[in-house]
Write a protein that binds this ligand. Structure first.
Ligand SMILES: *[C@@H]1O[C@H](CO)[C@@H](O)[C@H](O)[C@H]1NC(C)=O
Ligand SMILES: [Zn+2]
Length: 293
């Protein structure tokens, strides 16, 4: 049977009387510095990540993705309601304290290629940012204290998007569907695809940054464990610009202060080695040494 999953590539502002800075609005709305809820607290997102300051933490191993490869017929909506995924995809590993279920996916963009991402790396913004939002599964925490701890109730996987030379075939169904939802509240069904179709190759996902922060839209609840992957998704520039041409633009919250928080990272600093190499080095050295005996 088909699972109809909700897919939310868009955040609407007007109905909830908050808005982003640049959006032209018909009625008065609250711009980011005036957002209510928890938005003025001090553990907010997004942030700039200074990559050389992030300490390597060995606990940040690779992720296990389940159901990410399942082809589904997604319903995409031109609004910000988070729809539940019926027994949908999930993640574990990645230094997370529990298993998390995917509940929603959306993107942020502007109408320029240099400033549509929410997070930045060493001061550099990217063309877009994709967020896959997950909720902690009840009863999968490794310890009781963490199970009661709300600061990691939600796990967001953040993927930066940059312009590349080729059309990204994995994004084709989504980009084509954008034409069907020009107005808020409209929805459409996308050609069958899987979450994995949207991501960089799995072996590229071993390098990521981790910190505790908030949702980036009101009410900005401080209950998100963030994972920002180092490897960007590459889309053709026309695919990126399709978002701002077909939908609204600049749904990007300004950077927030890191404050007392630390950002940590997985793996070794600098450019990642091809993943198989460290595994190969051991046996190979052993062989060479054996040859000398
Ligand atoms: C992106 O940059 C352009 C000009 O360089 C500016 O007009 C626009 O407001 C910026 N958008 C965001 C979301 O910062
Ligand atoms: Zn988001």
């Amino acid at each position: 049977r088909h699972t109809h999953a909700h897919f939310t590539p868009f955040l609407s502002a007007p109905e909830s009387h908050w808005c982003y800075e640049i959006q032209p609005t018909l009625s008065p709305c609250l711009v980011p510095v005036k957002w209510g809820g928890n938005c003025q607290k001090d553990r907010q997102s997004p942030i700039n990540i200074v990559t050389t300051k992030a300490k390597v933490d060995k606990k940040l191993g690779h992720f296990f993705f389940s159901g990410y490869d399942k082809k589904q017929t997604w319903t995409i909506q031109n609004n910000g309601h988070s729809g539940g995924l019926d027994r949908g995809p999930g993640i574990s590993g990645g230094g997370l304290p529990a298993r998390y279920q995917a509940t929603q996916l959306h993107l942020h963009w502007s109408n320029f290629l240099h400033n549509g991402s929410e997070h930045s790396l060493d001061g550099e913004h990217f063309a877009m940012e994709m967020h896959i939002v997950h909720e902690k599964e009840k009863g999968t925490s490794r310890n009781v204290k963490e199970a009661q701890d709300p600061e990691d109730e939600i796990a967001v996987l953040a993927f930066l998007v940059e312009a590349g030379p080729q059309v990204n075939e994995g994004f084709r169904p989504l980009v084509e569907a954008l034409s069907n939802i020009p107005k808020p509240e409209m929805s459409t069904t996308m050609a069958e695809s899987s979450l994995l179709d949207l991501l960089p190759k799995e072996e590229k996902l071993r390098h990521y940054f981790r910190y505790l922060g908030s949702l980036t839209t009101p009410t900005c609840d401080e209950k998100v464990v963030w994972t920002v992957f180092q490897e960007p998704i590459q889309l053709h520039r026309e695919q990126i610009l399709a978002f701002s041409q077909k939908l609204m633009k600049d749904n990007v919250r300004p950077l927030q202060l890191l404050g007392q928080r630390a950002v940590i990272k997985s793996g070794a600093p600098g450019r990642p080695l091809p993943w198989a190499l460290p595994a190969l080095l051991g046996p190979m050295l052993a062989c060479l040494l054996a040859g000398f005996l």
